[in-house]
Design a protein around this ligand. Structure first.
Ligand code: GN1
Ligand code: MG
Length: 365
């Protein structure tokens, strides 16, 4: 039996592991789909957590148990006939542990797979957009009454844009990359926006925005779509659920969903933010979340959308400058190409500020 199968077997109870194959397109953890000899639940997801990124993986698992329990309790009390919503469950080893650590220190865990569902990398159409927005709104409304203090901070500094800027300024003098025109463009792009980049953190520190449990990474391919109904039926990749601002999530969902070329396109000059998709995603979101958003929350929505695109561009660019030590890459310039896509998206968001703000105003009314 190869090593991967042996690890998968730890989580398979007494069922035989038939196959283990690479799954999804995550930039951090390694993900596999395991097939076992069980007719009712033939699959589960096995992951090796990148412990350079998540340095306390046990806390990731602890958080997962806390919010999974909270959401499952709420779902069981729902009286109206709500749409199907599935929550991935943590699977345990035969010894009853929520993870498996290999002799080399690698950290493995398994979660249930949401049956009859698929994850799609690039937004398909307006209907898909509504479903993506619905899913984030549904998730926020299910966890909005969970005390954020119960969740550990699994990734310090995550989405705190000024901290990414500090890191960028530490990396910049040490970089070995060549200063070609693309790099010069990125340097200037960041330079011109760095003062503004404190906007959400300032609002948080001034008490205008409050911490709530957030997903942390609600991009399009983390929303599970039912293969039969095409409806969103769950949200996965729950490692970054922690206290934060819903604006980070809304911004992340929109920067991902409103970029029809996707974040991996090589054609960065053609990247544009699609305002029609923005409306569809926000409509879906607000159908679930309007009940808990405050007037102040709405005021900062546009900033959230602009900021998270800028922030992700900055994170990719910094990683390129640092020699690609954080995000997995397929070729040396990969993180530079990804940064250019996000900066182009930011520029497109900025150019359409009036339109985007009026969509938010209209939907809020
Ligand atoms: C990373 O690993 P993945 O693809 O789920 C990153 C997100 C980025 C995303 C961009 C922990 O997520 O913040 O938005 O790449 N996750 C972490 O695709 O840094
Ligand atoms: Mg993720």
């Amino acid at each position: 039996m190869d090593r991967l199968t042996t690890i998968a077997q730890q989580f398979a109870a007494s069922k035989e592991v038939i196959a283990v194959r690479a799954f999804g397109s995550g930039n951090i953890n390694d993900t596999f789909l395991v097939t076992i000899a069980d007719k009712t639940t033939p699959h589960f997801v096995l992951q090796r957590i990148d412990t350079h990124v998540f340095q306390q993986p046990a806390l990731v698992m602890q958080n997962m148990q806390i919010f999974t329990q909270h959401i499952s309790d709420k779902l069981s009390k729902e009286t109206t006939t709500e749409r199907r919503w599935a929550v991935p469950q943590v699977l345990f080893t035969l010894a009853g542990a929520d993870s498996w650590v290999e002799p080399d220190g690698s950290f493995w865990r398994a979660i249930s797979f949401i049956d009859d569902s698929e994850s799609i990398d690039i937004i398909q159409d307006i209907q898909h957009g509504r479903e993506v927005g619905y899913a984030l709104g549904r998730f926020h409304s299910l966890i909005s009454d969970l005390d954020p203090a119960r969740l550990a901070d699994t990734l310090e500094g995550f989405h705190i844009t000024p901290k990414y800027l500090e890191h960028y300024h530490r990396v910049l003098p040490t970089t070995k990359v060549e200063r070609d025109p693309d790099v010069e463009y990125c340097l200037k792009f960041v330079q011109e926006r760095q003062e503004w980049a404190r906007v959400l953190e300032d609002a948080k520190n001034d008490g205008l925005l409050t911490l709530r449990p957030i997903h942390g990474d609600p991009k399009v391919n983390n929303i599970m779509i039912c293969t039969t109904t095409q409806q969103a039926i769950g949200i996965v990749d729950l490692d970054t659920v922690k206290p934060g601002l819903v604006h980070y999530d809304i911004g992340d969902c929109l920067r991902s969903g409103c970029n029809p070329l996707g974040e991996e396109t090589k054609d960065w000059k053609q990247v544009q933010f699609d305002p029609h998709m923005c409306r569809a995603i926000l409509e879906g979101y607000l159908s679930q979340a309007s009940g808990f958003l405050t007037a102040q929350d709405y005021l900062y929505l546009f900033d959230g959308i602009r900021l998270i695109a800028l922030e992700l561009g900055l994170r990719f660019f910094t990683d390129y400058l640092a020699g690609s030590v954080y995000f997995k890459v397929k070729y040396p310039q990969h993180n530079l190409d990804r940064a250019l896509v996000q900066f182009q998206l930011t520029a497109s968001i900025e150019a359409q500020e009036t339109t985007i703000r009026s969509i938010i105003e209209e939907l809020r009314a």
